[in-house]
Ligand binder design. Structure first.
Ligand SMILES: [Fe+2]
Length: 338
């Protein structure tokens, strides 16, 4: 496997996340966070009528909307050279499009899309995202790469008193027709010239991270729903930041956020862990699970925990209690610089 480039800095634009809070200040001095109401106002439209000394207007229709899912536009910077990827695409096309436009995100800079796992809250905006990335480019431009695990379930769902099906994820054919270049990967590999590393399937080593409770998948050939708590297709993305260490992005952590972090540290071959960002999937976990996960994250000594999506407020509270100052809540519309 090729080596990871040591990046000078990292920019993360949160296009989709579960929570919106454009007021709370960033609690971690090592992280630069913008996207507050004040930031939006200072970059707002110029006022034409007479409002005294006010020159700019803060418009409510410029604020992002939260949605259940995740989409991060991540740019690695080395010697002023920028390489950008999109980590997941949120749950629905309208949500992705609305927020990307409100953020004035230059989607044409995105060279690769990574899907963390086959679940609609991460894949639902993908086809529109591909179109929006390609729209400003000339027809001759290379198609955006779409990095997908080969094992796409026909449907995924949750077992309640009866199976509840989610909408289907985009198919490989739909991704191709939308203008994406499908790349199927289940092994760890680097992308964008070593700017990022995409993991393979994540080894399950902790005894308490046992997967997605009541997770199921539909096999169309057999016409049956089968248990699928393991979500074997989940993969994370990581990169290496100069003087800081590894930054790991996790979509939903059905493999366990500690399992994913341990695998990232292993793949990092001695580089210390710096930050973990994404969904830790502890929103529906019991207190014991939250305590064990937090204790192990503390032992792994991540300096920054950018928790979002399915982490849940109870787990964030526990992380804040056990590791004061290290938690940064990931809010939709925020831009983080590490
Ligand atoms: Fe999710």
């Amino acid at each position: 496997m090729a080596e990871l480039t040591e990046l000078d800095s990292l920019e993360i634009l949160v296009i989709i996340d579960n929570e919106l809070d454009p007021i709370s200040p960033c609690p971690n001095e090592a992280v630069q966070q913008t996207g507050s109401l004040k930031d939006m106002g200072l970059n707002g439209a110029t006022i034409t009528g007479d409002r005294g000394e006010a020159k700019r207007e803060l418009r409510m229709d410029g604020i992002c909307c939260s949605a259940h899912g995740l989409s991060l536009m991540i740019t690695g910077i080395k010697d002023n050279h920028r390489r950008t990827m999109l980590f997941d695409t949120g749950p629905e096309e309208q949500a992705f499009e609305r927020n990307a436009k409100r953020l004035q995100a230059d989607l044409s800079t995105i060279e690769a899309i990574h899907l963390s796992h086959w679940h609609r809250d991460h894949s639902g905006g993908m086809l529109r995202a591909i179109q929006m990335i390609n729209e400003p480019k000339p027809q001759s431009a290379e198609a955006v790469a779409v990095d997908l695990h080969p094992d796409r379930p026909d449907f995924r769902g949750i077992m309640a008193t009866e199976p509840i099906s989610m909408e289907a994820d985009p198919s490989f054919d739909e991704v191709t027709r939308a203008g994406g270049k499908v790349q199927r990967n289940d092994q760890a590999h680097t992308i964008l010239g070593g700017t990022f590393l995409v993991s393979g399937e994540i080894p399950r080593v902790t005894p308490y991270e046992v997967g997605l409770r009541r997770g199921i998948r539909f096999d169309a050939a057999k016409g049956t729903w089968q248990e699928d708590t393991v979500v074997r297709d989940e993969r994370f993305v990581m990169c290496k930041l100069k003087d800081k260490g590894l930054v790991m992005f996790t979509g939903c952590s059905h493999a366990g956020v500690v399992n994913a972090t341990k695998n990232a540290v292993e793949l990092g071959k001695g580089t210390p862990l710096y930050a973990v960002m994404g969904g830790f999937h502890l929103a529906d976990a019991d207190a014991e699970m939250i305590a064990k996960t937090t204790a192990d994250l503390k032992a792994l000594d991540a300096k920054v925990l950018l928790a979002g999506h399915c982490t849940g407020w109870r787990a964030k509270f526990e992380i804040q209690s056990q590791m004061p100052g290290r938690l940064v809540s990931s809010f939709v519309g925020s831009k983080f610089v590490l």
